[in-house]
Design a binder for this molecule. Structure first.
Ligand code: 4AD
Ligand code: MG
Length: 480
């Protein structure tokens, strides 16, 4: 029976000895025709399996190669070697799946992250990605845990949609119409979607927010956690074309309530990983340390990974307005010496990631919540402030990453919302269903979106967002 196996993590943790056990997993190394390091993905620690000399035939031993899948049964004994407390003295070894050592791309040595990205189907079997994806899972669980305990209802919003939540382009088209030029056209030459599957033009969603707002107007507090898609041609270490987003939406919340929830939420999920994934985080901290050592002194971060996470959990986020941020940036030596690619010279401009990173990494040295942005650079649904110039928006910026959260109080006043939509050329007829929330029992409400991969990046210390999602999608890449 396969179900009798013990996970290696459990076996190593218990440190119990003198009992029969069965383990199954993938061979990392096989030394001296005798010592197998076996890994089953439950931990980065391998179990040492001793194949006593003379007990196994040559043919079996030959098949114990790096990457092969085996089942081993035997007695768990106190280990004589150093590095582990217990090991398994095998009575039987069964090869479940051979692996041609000549062809297996993962060798027992250090591979670059770039190389591993090309073999993303196998990189799960490395220590780095083992740790990253166990932590990713823990964060995902912690997110559901946080909102469930607070009485939020999880809502699955559609992935195929006819609306564009952000009022921006950059969407992937979804269609069943032929792409060979024979699709029916309107008189003006545009495609006629009447015969398309949905009878209209559709896209992959960029955000579940608008649908989330509808649910919040019934349940009070909701959250979404789903895939979102953006066809922006951003080749950066922080952008994906397919990423996961968590979007809570709360009735009877203003901007300050929104900030308080977001800060508590981020601290909760980091703490959860710290409490439950210590071993993986320590491994990743060490990996990051080694990576940092390759950098020139002045580019190294001041804190190690664990230290950084502890700091974030234990300190308040800095809260400042966009206007204050512009002042700080404008007055900075960095700006005066023209070290920014985009010089800060006037109120109203959108902040680039270099500015965001200056604020969190150089100036405040902690996460920063920026509020009350100019309305021109934010979405139509954000609540307009009395100054007529700004909206009740908030972005959370994290050291090393930049923006991790974007959110706002929503404009619940129908007249102001309609006026803004018209100014921004948002088609009001198409969003009539959304406007119904303002027609029938509107209330003050707010919400935000956390980019899941960005927080996974932050917690694992991985420099490239492509290394925290199993199969990344980005410009010119959709392998696997
Ligand atoms: O700031 P954004 O565009 O906000 C929204 O979509 C709102 N509807 C959220 C809301 O208020 N409910 O995106 C939210 C977050 C960003 O802060 C960032 O962390 C992440 O989503 N994000 C991306 N992550 C990876 N790749 C991309 N291309 C991303 N674009 C946004
Ligand atoms: Mg944003």
């Amino acid at each position: 029976m396969f179900s009798t196996r013990i996970k290696i993590k459990e076996l190593l943790l218990s440190e119990k000895v003198n009992y029969q056990a069965t383990v199954m997993g993938w061979v990392r190394t096989f030394r001296n025709n005798q010592f197998i390091a076996l890994n089953d993905g439950s931990t980065n620690n391998n179990i040492q399996i001793v194949a006593t000399l003379g007990m196994f035939d040559e043919a079996t031993l030959k098949r114990i190669t790096t990457g092969a899948c085996i089942k081993a049964t035997g007695e768990v004994i106190a280990s004589l070697g150093k590095g582990q407390k217990v090991e398994l003295k095998a009575d039987s070894i069964e090869i479940l799946g051979d692996s041609d050592a000549e062809k297996f791309p993962l060798q027992p040595k250090k591979h670059s992250l770039e190389f591993l990205r090309e073999i993303a189907h196998l990189r799960f079997r490395t220590n780095t990605f083992g740790s990253v994806f166990r932590v990713r899972h823990a964060l995902s669980f912690a997110i559901h845990d946080f909102f469930t305990k607070k009485g939020f209802i999880g809502i699955h919003t559609p992935i195929i949609t006819a609306s564009d939540a952000e009022g921006a382009g950059e969407m992937f088209k979804v269609t069943t119409l032929p792409l060979d030029g024979t699709a029916p056209k309107n008189e003006d030459g545009t495609i006629n979607f009447k015969d398309d599957f949905f009878g209209r033009s559709t896209n992959l969603t960029v955000s579940g927010q608008l649908e989330g707002e509808l649910a919040a107007m019934a349940f009070g507090n909701i959250y979404t956690f789903g895939p979102t898609f953006r066809a922006e041609n951003s080749n950066t270490t922080r952008h994906l074309a397919e990423f996961w987003m968590i979007e809570p939406e709360m009735a009877f919340y203003d901007l300050e309530d929104n900030m308080n929830l977001a800060e508590e939420f981020i601290k909760h999920i980091i703490r959860y990983a710290m409490d439950n994934n210590r071993e993986d985080l320590e491994f990743l901290a060490q990996r990051l340390d080694e990576e940092e050592k390759q950098k020139p002194q002045n580019e190294r971060s001041e804190m190690g990974l664990i230290e950084k996470l502890e700091f974030v959990i234990n300190n308040d986020f800095e809260r400042i307005t966009y206007t204050e941020a512009i002042e700080i940036l404008r007055e900075s030596n960095h700006n005066k010496k023209k070290k920014f690619q985009y010089i800060i010279d006037k109120w109203g401009i959108d902040l680039q990631s270099e500015h965001e990173r200056y604020l969190v990494e150089k100036h405040f040295k902690k996460p920063v919540i920026l509020t009350n942005y100019p309305k021109e650079i934010k979405a139509f649904y954000m609540r307009q402030n009395d100054d007529g110039k700004t909206v009740a928006a908030m972005d959370i910026l994290a050291p090393g990453i930049g923006e991790i959260v974007g959110g706002s109080q929503r404009e619940e006043r129908m007249d102001k919302l309609l006026k803004r939509m018209k100014e921004m050329h948002i088609p009001t007829e198409e969003l009539d269903w959304y406007l119904d929330t303002r027609r029938f029992g509107a209330c003050p409400h707010a919400g935000f979106g956390l980019g899941f991969e960005r927080i996974v990046q932050f917690v694992t210390g991985m420099g490239n967002i492509r290394d925290v999602i199993p199969f990344p999608r980005y410009p010119k890449s959709a392998s696997f």
